[in-house]
Design a protein around this ligand. Structure first.
Ligand SMILES: *[C@@H]1O[C@H](CO)[C@@H](O)[C@H](O)[C@H]1NC(C)=O
Length: 348
């Protein structure tokens, strides 16, 4: 922390170097504003989180209020959340009013951030969370947790504008990337995902005052054995109306994915869902294009809209059943337009 203080107060292009080794580090907040024009946090080491949950607030490592921050790894640098000890205490997959465990690395209120060449393993909750940042690039990350670890989303994004995630491999127990409310201009390319729950926009429409999600571009992703491929999920009975719009999901490969293409506006992961409301999130102008591979469940395309979806386009889909048999599409209020080759056959 003393080194951060000095680095943050120095002018020009500054590098704070964490030399090789294994460091056991408690919760730490690396906050600006800083004087540096660019501040590189160069991690050449592994950092291990404590296992005692009573030491934590919302997160383990926090970078906040910095402009021009570069978090770069070398020598296989890693953040190790040591999550296995705390996963049994996470009740969020079964209870809505659960206590959330700490995220490994949170970026909050930064501008022009680069995160590159770093691993994150066994986070207690999310691996990385981006909250209210402007212009963030994540390049060449390796994110790892067991397929059955709860809520270990790879990258969760909320209220950000301008996020790029490229050349990254994510194996985890929840969403590889989750794009939450209030985001604009998200670009994801060359990311592999699996195991995990796939790439998700949402869940949206759960809380008061949620913002729109606009301009999402996902390209060249591979999904291997995931629960979902690309998914937009919104809750019913949303207290605030919002928009999920202007999205393109293209050139995706699915390998034995349960639900390769899915819009679910009746999202509810708990048992006691009434399904008596319509989601307040309007889905508009969404294209799924050039998506190929295998589905491990028979319904390869599920478009379950609440209010009719506006301008959903499916183009050149080829999603075969993983074994013997066929795949199908299922739709509610989808009004989709179909272009080019289409397997499974469109909904009638
Ligand atoms: C639909 O979304 C795409 C991708 O964001 C965008 O380029 C296009 O302008 C949008 N079309 C309309 C009619 O809004």
């Amino acid at each position: 922390m003393a080194a951060w203080k000095v680095a943050c107060a120095a002018a020009g292009a500054v590098t704070l170097q964490v030399p090789a080794g294994v460091y056991y580090m408690g919760p730490a907040q690396f906050h600006g504003p800083c004087k540096a024009s660019s501040l590189t946090f160069l991690l050449q080491a592994s950092k291990h989180a404590p296992t005692d949950l009573s030491r934590f607030g919302n997160d383990w490592i926090e970078f906040g209020w910095v402009k021009g921050l570069i978090v770069a790894g070398q020598n296989g640098a890693a953040f190790d959340g040591q999550g296995a000890a705390s996963w049994p205490f996470n009740k969020c997959p079964i209870r809505k009013d659960c206590k959330v465990l700490p995220t490994s690395v949170l970026f909050v209120n930064n501008e022009n951030t680069v995160v590159k060449d770093i691993s994150s393993v066994n986070s207690k909750f999310f691996h990385f969370a981006l909250l209210q940042n402007k212009n963030t690039q994540m390049i060449n990350l390796r994110i790892n947790a067991p397929g059955n670890s709860p809520n270990t989303d790879g990258v969760h994004i909320e209220r950000c504008s301008g996020v790029t995630i490229v050349d990254t491999k994510i194996s985890t127990g929840d969403d590889c990337i989750s794009i939450g409310q209030g985001n604009d201009n998200i670009d994801i390319q060359r990311v592999t995902c699996g195991p995990g729950h796939g790439m998700s926009v949402g869940s949206l429409g759960r809380y008061v005052g949620e913002g729109d999600v606009t301009r999402v571009h996902v390209k060249d992703m591979t999904f291997d054995g995931t629960m979902n491929g690309v998914r937009i999920k919104t809750w019913e009975n949303s207290p605030t109306k919002s928009l999920a719009a202007h999205m393109v999901f293209e050139s995706l490969v699915m390998k034995d994915v349960q639900n390769p293409v899915i819009i679910d506006q009746k999202y509810c992961p708990y048992y006691n869902c009434e399904h008596k409301y319509v989601s307040g999130v309007t889905i508009k102008n969404v294209t799924f294009k050039n998506i190929k591979g295998t589905s491990s469940l028979p319904v390869a395309v599920l478009l379950r809209c609440g209010m009719p979806c506006l301008g959903v386009v499916l183009q050149d889909l080829d999603l075969k059943f993983k074994g013997a048999g066929t795949t199908s599409s299922k739709c509610e209020n989808a009004k989709a337009k179909y272009v080019g080759y289409m397997y499974p056959k469109p909904c009638v």
